[in-house]
Design a protein around this ligand. Structure first.
Ligand code: ACO
Length: 401
């Protein structure tokens, strides 16, 4: 271990803060969250109000431009996105080249980066207008990439956009429309999807957003920066948790549904097992998004007439864990993704696609943070370290090692 008492002498002004638990990386005007009170605000508006009254397109506008849009601004924004509602045909060849078994997040990250090659001008960002242009372009094209990633995993043909629909409806149709069949635009499903996307839209300096800002701070283009964010989100300690939660609930169910056994397992460090969907770096009281999602999951299953055993197990697990000293002491509560997978599953979205859904939701947050960073002229991100490797030593020729 590192002898902390010596750090000041050895490192001068360098602060060692593993995982940046207490390091503010930037000033921001986008999202505020109070981890002790369990509060979250987008541009000052409480998440509860936004989730109830707004829609995902409006939230994208709010995050990007700082204010709720007027009717005209909303329509103008929608129209701008629709201008870019296509993806270069050559991108389909790239999709074709992936094995069907490829994880959708790897495919999505690669495709997002590849967009740069087909839209090189969007990388050349010199003004606020260039930024907004690149943002609207990516918002339109990313929905295609998410839908097409799903189609690829299922072995289905790729659908094109329908400009008569709003953003979420269009995504839904591009994802699920089958050739030569009438498409049922189920409003219950579309509303649920909209709400989930809103709840994931931004969350200040989380791992993927910090990644996007860090990559962008080198003045790397928007698409490549977002591609890095997709990769960061993939990990099971971050966005990948939503997939991991359902897999865990299925495992508990298959093992006879004994939730207490898994709570014990999570407490035993030697088992190297965590309750996925529990705990949060910042929320130490409750995650306000989890509250909204729990209720939404219940409502949606009811209105679709689905009984999901995973929801029963999730509720039991929450109850047992929240009464357990280990979880109470460490302030571990269900996070946003504890219940989201149950909704995705009810909407017919396969488990491996859950994190892609998160990525689609987080896109406006990533873009807004990237834009803010560029407009504020943040310097290139470049943390320091505390070196604890070898002393100086002389090179040894290979035949003497
Ligand atoms: N199950 C069991 N124990 C846990 C869990 C969990 N899910 N989460 C944290 N702990 C324990 C740790 O073992 C540690 O215990 P210790 O003090 O006895 O060593 C203590 O709680 C603190 O945990 P840290 O890992 O130090 O907390 P950190 O803030 O670094 O991690 C994180 C937060 C990554 C979210 C963590 O709680 C976790 O791994 N959760 C499960 C994965 C998950 O749900 N991720 C989604 C996060 S939300 C999002 O990205 C959308």
């Amino acid at each position: 271990g590192i002898d902390i008492s010596k750090l000041r002498d050895e490192t001068g002004l360098i602060t060692l803060d593993l995982g940046y638990k207490n390091t503010g990386a930037t000033l921001s005007e986008i999202t505020y969250l109070d981890g002790d009170k369990g509060e979250l605000y987008y541009r000052g508006y409480p998440i509860e109000q936004i989730a109830e009254k707004s829609n995902f397109t409006e939230v994208m506008y709010l995050l990007l431009y700082g204010e709720l849009p007027t009717q005209n601004q909303f329509q103008g924004f929608e129209a701008n996105i629709k201008k870019y509602n296509y993806v270069a045909e050559e991108m389909k060849k790239i999709i074709d080249a992936f094995p069907r078994s490829a994880h959708p997040m790897g495919v999505l990250s690669s495709l997002t980066s590849a967009l740069t090659a087909f839209n090189p001008k969007a990388v050349d960002v010199r003004s606020k207008e260039d930024l907004d242009h690149a943002a609207e372009m990516l918002i339109a094209k990313f929905a295609h990439l998410c839908a097409w990633t799903y189609r690829k995993t299922q072995g289905f043909s790729l659908n094109h956009a329908d400009n008569n629909l709003n953003y979420v409806e269009n995504f839904y149709k591009m994802t699920f429309r089958m050739p030569n069949q009438d498409f049922d635009m189920n409003p219950v499903v579309v509303n649920a999807l909209d709400k989930l996307l809103i709840l994931h839209a931004d969350h200040e300096q989380n791992c993927s957003t910090s990644t996007v800002r860090m990559v962008g701070s080198a003045h790397t283009g928007l698409f490549a920066s977002i591609s890095a964010g997709v990769s960061a989100l993939w990990g099971p300690l971050h966005g990948g948790a939503n997939q991991a939660v359902i897999e865990m609930l299925e495992m508990i169910e298959a093992d006879g549904g004994d939730v207490a056994k898994y709570v014990e397992k999570a407490k035993n460090k030697e088992d190297n097992f965590r309750l996925m969907g529990f705990g949060h770096r910042v929320y130490k009281n409750f995650d306000p998004r989890a509250k909204i999602i729990k209720k939404a999951a219940d409502d949606i299953l009811n209105s679709l007439g689905i009984h999901d055993k995973a929801l029963d197990i999730a509720m039991q697990l929450e109850k047992v864990a929240l009464e357990d000293e280990y979880f109470v002491e460490r302030k571990l509560y269900p996070n946003v993704d504890f219940y989201s997978g149950i909704i995705y599953r009810a909407l017919g979205i396969p488990t491996e696609m859950f994190t892609v859904m998160f990525a689609l939701g987080r896109l406006p947050g990533w873009i807004s943070q990237w834009k803010e960073m560029r407009l504020m002229g943040d310097p290139i991100g470049r943390p320091r370290q505390v070196y604890k490797g070898s002393e100086k030593r002389d090179y040894v020729d290979m035949n003497l090692r």
